[in-house]
Design a protein around this ligand. Structure first.
Ligand SMILES: [Zn+2]
Length: 411
């Protein structure tokens, strides 16, 4: 009898396993059923412009316009974009250019940069008919700023932002080890910089580097590590800061790569940035401005984001954090020096939004210039990444070592 029960239990377990396996197999089919966008085009002129996207099937969309800079955002469920290369780079009529990509898990977005204030006259999706694909259509009409702002004020009363994304890799309560947050820049619809004709995207490079750094840090067993993103998803700048603060991170490391305009390929090597009210030089100012545009690129409504950068910068409570950030940045430079090429002035500061947590020592590392051939060669090389990663782990060890020996790290 007992044997029979055991046999039955085994049979049930096997059935469950088979069902789980079947479910596992079903997943790719599900993603294969994801709507596919195959082409996009613009028509019309500077008064009236139509934007059309061909889709494998009908989807729900929501379109809204934002100011400063003027842009139109089209939100939709997750879509597999299979547009021809360079789609969106050239505009027509009221649209200067456009971008598309994931903006959150399960959600895609298209952002149209417009030449000025526009009204969304129509935004709809047509059913496929007689062999023609389903079509997303957005009609834009030029308006003046006052008209635009009136429409936006009405639109603003409607809830817009999607449900908060699930938190990634939550910390274990009661674990005394320091929490380090790794922040791979950009993601999803925001590609960051691109390496000329190679198609290498900053968002991909920095994610790969961040995941490697996480693994190296976890391997030491000395730290808890959390990442602001672990896949190709867009995360707004303020959310990255909030992510570190709610986890009471003791160190925040944002990872980026820079690029310079063609013909200026002389700049090379890694640079470490800390937060400051005044940029240390013109290049730092240019870079901070570029990195701070991430939210605009992804179509985040900045009029709803509190701009507390300036407030926090003058807050004296931040002095200790600033000291620690500076100390870590110097430590980082001295460990990176033997491991990789550094910029001629490797330590700089500027008003990066992502570094503004008043209570978390924060640095932003530009690993190198994707516009520089030698730098790019390094950035995609596993052995270089591993060496640079080891150097960062070393500097983190030194940083927390000093904090324990010198100032108390209690907070
Ligand atoms: Zn960047």
């Amino acid at each position: 009898m007992a044997l029979r029960a055991a046999g039955l239990a085994l049979l049930l377990a096997l059935t469950a396993a088979a069902a789980a396996l079947a479910q596992e197999r079903a997943r790719p089919v599900e993603s294969a059923g994801m709507p596919v966008a195959t082409d996009a085009r613009l028509g019309g002129d500077a008064k009236q412009t139509r934007f059309v996207v061909d889709l494998s099937h009908k989807i729900d969309i929501r379109a809204f316009a934002l100011a400063d800079p003027y842009r139109v955002v089209v939100d939709m469920p997750q879509v597999n974009f299979q547009f021809p290369p360079k789609t969106g780079e050239r505009g027509r009529g009221l649209v200067k250019a456009y971008r598309f990509g994931l903006v959150m898990v399960g959600g895609s977005r298209i952002v149209l940069d417009t030449t000025g204030p526009v009204r969304i006259e129509k935004a709809f999706v047509l059913d496929p008919v007689a062999g023609a694909p389903a079509r997303l259509v957005v009609d834009l009409v030029a308006v003046d700023r006052a008209t635009f702002l009136r429409a936006a004020a009405i639109d603003n009363r409607l809830p817009r932002e999607a449900a908060p994304r699930p938190l990634l890799r939550d910390s274990q309560p009661g674990d005394p080890r320091p929490m380090i947050v790794i922040d791979p820049g950009h993601g999803g619809i925001d590609h960051g910089t691109t390496a000329g004709g190679t198609g290498v995207l900053e968002k991909t490079l920095v994610l790969e580097f961040g995941l490697m750094l996480r693994d190296k840090l976890e391997k030491t067993g000395k730290y808890r590590v959390a990442m602001t993103r672990t896949d190709d998803t867009f995360v707004p700048l303020n959310e990255r800061v909030a992510f570190a603060r709610t986890r009471q991170a003791q160190l925040f490391i944002s990872i980026h790569c820079d690029a310079l305009a063609r013909g200026d390929g002389t700049a090379e090597g890694a640079t470490v940035y800390t937060l400051s009210e005044r940029a240390s030089d013109d290049e730092a100012a240019r870079l901070a401005e570029k990195e701070n545009r991430a939210d605009v690129i992804a179509g985040v409504d900045l009029s709803r984001e509190p701009d507390d950068v300036a407030d926090i910068l003058i807050d004296l409570a931040q002095r200790e954090t600033k000291t620690f950030s500076g100390r870590f940045a110097r430590q980082l430079i001295s460990e990176l020096k033997p491991a990789t090429r550094l910029h001629k002035n490797p330590l700089k500061s500027a008003g990066f939004r992502v570094l503004k947590a008043p209570d978390v020592p924060s640095v932003l590392i530009e690993l190198g210039y994707v516009s520089n051939r030698e730098d790019l060669k390094q950035l995609v090389s596993d052995s270089w990444r591993s060496r640079a990663g080891d150097a960062i782990v070393q500097s983190i060890g030194a940083f927390f070592g000093n904090r324990v020996a010198g100032a108390p790290a209690s907070r």
